[in-house]
Design a protein around this ligand. Structure first.
Ligand SMILES: *Cc1c(COP(=O)(O)O)cnc(C)c1O
Length: 371
């Protein structure tokens, strides 16, 4: 007789998500450029909402939050011109990505996603017993033809991060439409737009349009990145009523906290902070990519990025591991993703200007160039 509960074999196939590090090997605290957080912090309006929520006089920790996040959904709908009935909020978009897989895929089914994309997709597939199918990419960009070729009778869900993490690359709207058009109607296309607010406004993607016009497109967004509210765990998704209904059946009933709902609502109202964050990011990102390009003769290169991070490759005598250590020595944590076929690369979040100057100087020094 067994003396302990037996986990599902497909659960034991999951490699637990490894979050970005915040300490050096000697335990020293590092500045995190490893989790794609907003270096400008959060909107002052969101912080004020949190402070008010936590104020000693008014605190009510005993009451559940609004289970439907009605005020927040209404504000999201208004900002983006969507129907609030077609929106569901989640404990981060992470919850919604997992529910999308769970709601539509199960044992023996297939969940497709591009190689070198978000680590959560593999976990989301395995959590519900489905087979994760990784499709080859092309120059770190999702390859629509390869994804469509990989679709089988068992395919239930396709995940696409756009812009993509950890590569920062972007799939243009015509390619996203071509991907959707090539999928059978019974395959759910999840467009994970966690970094979409970082796109140049001229490059906006039309995920919302696809989600409004088709029954098999779900778009997810998050307050964790440009809105700077990762600590509060708030994400949302929009799609056809049938999709939202499924997610509402299986989500946590009180899945967004009182403070999270208030902070997100206030953050939505401060689009100036969003715009400032975008402008800061694109200026620092361009400067950083230029600095990496100048180290090209040492084997360094930057993958073109539309997000708030840059994947830097090390294909010369300076290895990614050596750069990781030197950057840690300088006080910063960046992301090395050796399990994702990217052992020669580091994903570096765009920090504030001082951070980027120091990281750049560290890399230049490591390459034997004057800092
Ligand atoms: C950061 C990130 C998310 C957002 O996760 P939350 O759970 O909303 O914090 C979703 N997708 C991708 C690709 C990400 O990088």
């Amino acid at each position: 007789m067994r003396t302990a509960p037996v986990p599902k074999p497909y659960i034991l196939g999951i490699h637990a998500y490894v979050p970005g590090k915040a300490t050096a090997s000697d335990g020293r605290a590092l500045i995190k450029l490893s989790a794609n957080e907003n270096p400008l912090g959060s909107s002052p309006a969101a912080l004020a909402a949190l402070a008010e929520e936590r104020g000693a006089d008014t605190i009510d920790a005993a009451s559940y939050p609004d289970p439907s996040a009605n005020a927040l959904r209404a504000a999201i709908a208004k900002l983006h011109g969507l129907d609030a009935e077609r929106i569901v909020c989640g404990t981060g978009s992470d919850e919604l990505l997992n529910l999308a897989a769970q709601g539509f895929a199960g044992t023996g089914d297939e969940v497709l996603f591009s190689r070198n994309s978000f680590a959560v997709y593999d976990i989301a597939a395995r959590r519900c017993g489905a087979n994760p199918i990784e499709v080859t990419d092309r120059a770190f960009i999702a390859n629509v033809d390869a994804i469509l070729n990989a679709v089988s009778e068992r395919t239930r869900v396709v995940f696409l991060a756009n812009p993509n993490n950890p590569t920062g690359t972007w799939l243009e709207p015509s390619e996203v439409r071509r991907l959707h058009a090539g999928l059978p109607g019974n395959v759910l296309l999840v467009l994970d737009e966690a970094y979409s607010e970082y796109l140049d406004p001229a490059n906006q993607i039309d995920g919302f349009t696809l989600a409004a016009e088709h029954e098999n497109v779900l778009v997810t967004r998050t307050f964790s990145k440009i809105y700077g509210l990762a600590a509060e765990r708030i994400g949302w998704a929009t799609g056809a009523p049938g999709l939202i209904d499924v997610l509402n059946r299986i989500r946590g009933p009180f899945n967004v906290t009182v403070s999270g709902q208030k902070a997100a609502l206030a953050a939505l109202g401060d689009q100036q902070f969003v715009a400032e964050s975008r402008v800061h990011n694109s200026a620092e990102r361009a400067r950083f990519i230029e600095a990496i390009a100048a180290l090209g003769n040492h084997g360094l290169s930057a993958v073109p990025s539309e997000a708030n991070f840059v994947l830097v490759r090390f294909q010369g005598s300076v290895t990614a591991k050596a750069a990781l250590n030197a950057i840690a020595e300088a006080g910063y944590a960046v992301r090395h993703l050796p399990d994702e076929q990217l052992s020669d690369a580091l994903r570096i979040t765009i920090g504030n200007s001082d951070d980027m100057v120091r990281v750049t100087a560290t890399l230049r020094k490591l390459c034997g160039e004057e800092a």
